[in-house]
Design a binder for this molecule. Structure first.
Ligand SMILES: [Zn+2]
Length: 389
């Protein structure tokens, strides 16, 4: 494979304080060599060795590719009318998920694949080099399995979310649906290549006992655990995530002091999804309290057609800085290393020697511009797994 030199980097965000200044480990006037899909060399631009190909960053900032650890890309239909109704004052309840389930079941494999490809392309053009993709709009054995097979064509980070909501045909038979999820649906999800299992633990979805049962059987089957927790209410999801040593508790919008302390004392990442609060006009999660307590925080898009139809990690960074009192450095770390931690990966989310060569060149001199220039497409070049995109 051809080696690649990226030189004349005004600000190289290594993402590791041991490799440069400040929490982002920043190096100035730097260069970086990629070989065999890894970062092989980092140093001063004036010392840069030759390589087969060369990119002149022109003094711009180079960052690790964004890690979006929470996305629902396998679906059909759109819910723009529901969004408009919400903006006109109707509250968000999560019930619209069933609308998407109907459309998804009716779609062909090719329609689902086309939607995932379009959204994955959008995300990549904005600098997302790793994306987690969930099932959860099929909610039958066959439809969950095919959702995961389609997701697996685009990412290794696939998540079985059969416990998204109880589908209409199981109304008032939640126990029966949980048995289906824990039995034949889980088996089919494993065969379809699922790496993770997830549950929407929330009033109106799955309670703590059902969530624990599903996640425990999933973990016993070898899947990693993640939870949609405390999005709409101060529920039991976060405590369950910590109890089960989940990789991530996602949303974390309504947290008690005990929830924050539990996350801070655990290896469970608090994954914040500010696109959901933006799109449902809801209060933002207490990022400052989580960071001050010492919790590991990730940012992700929650891309889905109902409550957060964005693929943009830069938009989430801007929201985190403006609305959640995170510093730009904290937000960039959360969108890179934080996302990697939420996927229990140490090969991505940073740019140090040996890391996977996933990186973004910005049309800006500094990472600060991601929040300072919201809504502006700043990504000019993306390297994905060692190759220029
Ligand atoms: Zn979600």
């Amino acid at each position: 494979m051809r080696s690649l030199l990226i030189t004349n980097i005004g600000e190289l965000v290594t993402g590791n304080p041991a490799w440069g200044e400040g929490p982002l480990g920043i190096r100035r006037n730097a260069a970086l060599v990629v070989d065999d899909r890894r970062v092989e060399w980092i140093g001063r631009a004036v010392d840069a060795p030759a390589a087969d190909a060369r990119v002149d960053a022109g003094g711009a900032a180079v960052l690790p590719g964004f890690v979006d650890s929470h996305a629902h890309l396998v679906f059909a239909g759109d819910r723009a009318a529901e969004f408009a109704a919400r903006m006109a004052g109707q509250p968000y309840t999560g019930g619209g998920i069933r609308t998407t389930v109907g459309a998804t079941r009716a779609a062909t494999d090719e329609q689902l694949r086309t939607t995932v490809a379009r959204l994955r392309g959008e995300a990549l053009r904005q600098g997302t080099t790793t994306i987690e993709i969930k099932s959860g709009y099929g909610l039958t054995v066959a439809d969950e399995a095919r959702s995961l097979r389609v997701a697996r064509e685009f990412t290794a980070e696939t998540t079985f979310l059969g416990a998204h909501v109880v589908p209409a045909e199981y109304a008032d038979r939640t126990d029966d649906y949980v048995s289906l999820v824990c039995g034949p649906m889980l088996s089919a999800a494993r065969s379809a290549g699922a790496r993770w299992i997830d549950v929407f633990c929330e009033r109106g979805a799955f309670d703590a006992d059902h969530s624990r049962a599903i996640l425990t059987v999933g973990a016993d089957a070898g899947l990693g655990v993640r939870i949609h927790a405390n999005q709409l209410t101060e529920g039991p999801g976060v405590r369950l995530a910590v109890e089960l040593n989940a990789a991530s508790a996602d949303h974390c919008t309504h947290l008690s002091r005990a929830d924050i302390d539990a996350l801070a004392g655990s290896s469970t990442v608090a994954t914040l999804l500010p696109g959901a609060e933006f799109s449902t006009r809801s209060p933002y999660p207490p990022a400052r309290a989580l960071l001050d307590a010492g919790a590991t925080v990730a940012l992700a898009t929650d891309c889905n057609p109902g409550s957060s139809y964005t693929t943009s990690m830069p938009f989430c960074i801007a929201l985190a800085v403006r609305e959640m009192a995170m510093t730009p450095a904290e937000a960039v770390l959360a969108a890179t290393r934080g996302g990697a931690a939420a996927l229990r990966r140490d090969d991505i989310g940073h740019l140090t020697v040996g890391a996977r060569a996933d990186l973004v060149v910005l049309d800006a001199p500094s990472h600060l511009h991601l929040a300072y220039r919201p809504g502006v497409p700043l990504t000019t070049t993306v390297v994905l797994n060692g190759e220029l995109v």
